[in-house]
Ligand binder design. Structure first.
Ligand code: ATP
Ligand code: MG
Length: 316
């Protein structure tokens, strides 16, 4: 069951194509990550999902409802936190919450009840009567997200929610957001440049550049596709009689994409570093090779990012 379906969406600003036939699907309850360089089209897509901008072509459905023809209904289903903070610095957290709640058409008692719950979850209750202008960037961000959850949205859109936050604040913020989304079954669509966050949290990730989706997959699928785990095994000099046998063995391992066998080192690029390393060590020991040490450098989403965006050229 898909909560969010984006189908062939195009969006231009004058001659500039910001989104070019973008299609993606997000399952209910998923945390879907969108990443790509500056200017890739992430915020443009988020604005369309939030009904704040219209696509030139294509369709977007949220819980089966079209974002163009049913704006009112979609807005009841969606909570959004923009890249730029939208809270009023001249008011308190409570004043911000009351204004937002009234805009959603919530009753005062409902706003108070939900507001208190969220302020406590986001650890802002103690400072909820202080002016937001006195908050740190991380606290403002938390308030921003708390407000986007006020109406218990089915889909939460977060555009770079953790940009500029220190690692501890980022972790804390994600703990709170994932707890609430699990409790309430919220689907999350998040854009970010912090790939380690996506690795830990995202059920699926889409890579976007120049308004085009380059790839979509689970973190593991994207990393495995790269086949960039690197194994290095160091050993005492190989007997010549062993070399051919070892080469044959490695050539038969279908997960190995590249290897280099030298008299005292074997280097391998593969999609399955851990499995191949243990297979190889077992085989080499059985073949009486005297192992000195081995190393495994597993590919990460950072490698995926660099492979997709650096080689193909980032927008200047
Ligand atoms: N209102 C606008 N008017 C003109 N061009 C725009 C407008 N909004 C976005 N663009 C252009 O569309 C492209 C995509 O911008 P967008 O803000 O969606 O990128 P992004 O992926 O969110 O980037 P960042 O990581 O910097 O936030 C950019 O080339 C940008 O200059
Ligand atoms: Mg942006």
């Amino acid at each position: 069951m898909y909560e969010l379906i984006v189908n062939d969406v195009c969006k231009s600003f004058g001659k500039k194509a910001a989104l070019n036939n973008v299609s993606l699907k997000v399952k209910k309850g998923a945390i879907f990550g969108l990443t790509g360089p500056n200017g890739a089209g992430k915020s443009t897509l988020t604005s369309i999902l939030a009904t704040l901008s219209l696509p030139n072509e294509g369709t977007v459905k949220i819980s089966g409802v079209d974002v163009v023809s049913n704006v009112k209904e979609v807005r009841k289903k969606v909570g959004v936190t923009f890249q730029q903070t939208t809270v009023f610095s001249t008011g308190t957290a409570w004043e911000n919450i009351l204004i937002a709640g009234k805009m959603y058409g919530m009753s005062t008692s409902k706003i108070m009840e939900r507001g208190e719950h969220l302020l406590k979850e986001f650890d802002l209750f103690q400072v909820s009567n202080d002016l937001v202008g006195t908050y740190s960037g991380g606290m403002k961000r938390k308030l921003d997200i708390a407000i986007s959850l006020l109406y218990k949205p089915e889909v939460l859109l977060l555009d770079e929610p953790t940009a500029g936050l220190d690692p501890e604040s980022r972790t804390t913020l994600w703990k709170i957001v994932t707890k609430i989304s699990q409790d309430e079954g919220t689907t999350i669509f998040v854009t970010t440049h912090y790939l380690e966050e996506l690795n830990d949290l995202a059920t699926e990730i889409a890579l976007i550049n120049h308004g085009k989706i380059l790839d979509i997959g689970t973190p593991k699928e994207l990393i495995n596709k790269l086949a960039a785990d690197q194994i290095e095994i160091h050993y005492r000099k190989l007997h010549l009689s062993n070399v051919q046998k070892i080469e044959e063995y490695i050539s038969d391992l279908k997960e190995v994409v590249r290897y280099e066998l030298k008299p005292t080192t074997l280097t391998i690029m593969t999609s399955q570093g851990q499995q191949i390393l243990s297979k190889l060590l077992r085989y080499l020991i059985q073949s009486n090779v005297e192992i000195e040490f081995s190393e495994l450098k597993q590919a990460t989403l950072n490698d995926v990012y660099l492979a997709n965006f650096n080689e193909k050229g980032v927008e200047q």
